[in-house]
Ligand binder design. Structure first.
Ligand SMILES: [Zn+2]
Length: 251
């Protein structure tokens, strides 16, 4: 079972939602990707207001409804709107079958507004997929590095966090979270550089690495190849490609 922990269904210009879903599913079929976790919305909004946060989650719900056996929803939450985020968790995870939470770039990961969201995640056993990056050109002021995620994770030892992009600068990001066992780096969003997966397995172990692509922003093939082409065992590949994530999500 191959599960992609990290995609966004964002239509190309002129494409409908159903067409974008069909294109995405066709690519998944071609590459043997069984399921994909969908988050955010139809476009990137750095600072979503309450209405936009509702709309973005509704977009993911209607995407999942197009192929409920293939797409898994993650609730897009915002520490700027903690009360609304808790409502959205009830609507989409408790009642709607979404199986994780997504935090993006509207505030740093260690923002106090994330605490209520993480407490609810702990109660429900939902993994929290959190964006991280270290940019040589400088991050956005509210864009987390792995260090911000470590601060949040230490406040919430009962939550499993998926560290999106392994920190972008993965040689640094993997080392930053090496000794924080409830942070699981994902494989996605970087250029497909040789050595990434091998180093991740050496530093955090195959049990803590989770396959993701960041499609539509990246291709499934380039990101999948980081794992399938890595110099690791088939058992390790199985863990990374699906077994770890299946273990992290509620049924
Ligand atoms: Zn992403």
């Amino acid at each position: 079972m191959v599960i992609d922990c990290h995609i966004h269904l964002m239509p190309h210009p002129g494409e409908t939602q159903a067409q974008a879903a069909r294109r995405t599913l066709a690519a998944m079929d071609r590459l043997g990707i069984d399921k994909a976790c969908v988050s955010l919305g139809d476009r990137l909004i750095v600072q979503p207001n309450a209405t936009e946060l509702r709309e973005q989650n509704a977009w993911v719900a209607s995407t999942v409804a197009l192929a409920p056996d293939r797409f898994i929803g993650f609730v897009y939450c915002s520490p700027n709107h903690p009360e609304l985020s808790l409502e959205l968790i009830e609507e989409y995870a408790v009642r709607g079958g979404f199986r994780g939470i997504k935090l993006w770039v509207c505030q740093l990961a260690d923002h106090a507004g994330n605490d209520a969201i993480c407490r609810r995640a702990a109660q429900l056993g939902l993994p929290v997929l959190a964006h991280t990056w270290v940019k040589v050109t400088g991050n956005m002021p509210t864009e987390s590095t792995p260090d911000h995620l470590v601060t949040l994770a230490r406040r919430h030892p009962d939550v499993n966090f998926i560290m999106a992009h392994a920190g972008g600068d993965w040689e640094r990001g993997l080392r930053t979270v090496r000794h924080v066992p409830h942070i699981y780096p994902d494989t996605c969003g970087n250029d497909p550089e040789a050595g990434f997966t091998e180093l991740a397995v050496a530093l955090v172990g195959a049990e803590r690495l989770v396959f993701g692509s960041d499609a539509t922003g990246r291709s499934f093939a380039s990101q999948l190849a980081k794992v399938t082409g890595a110099d690791i065992t088939d058992d390790q590949k199985r863990l990374i490609l699906g077994d770890n994530l299946e273990r992290l999500m509620p049924a």
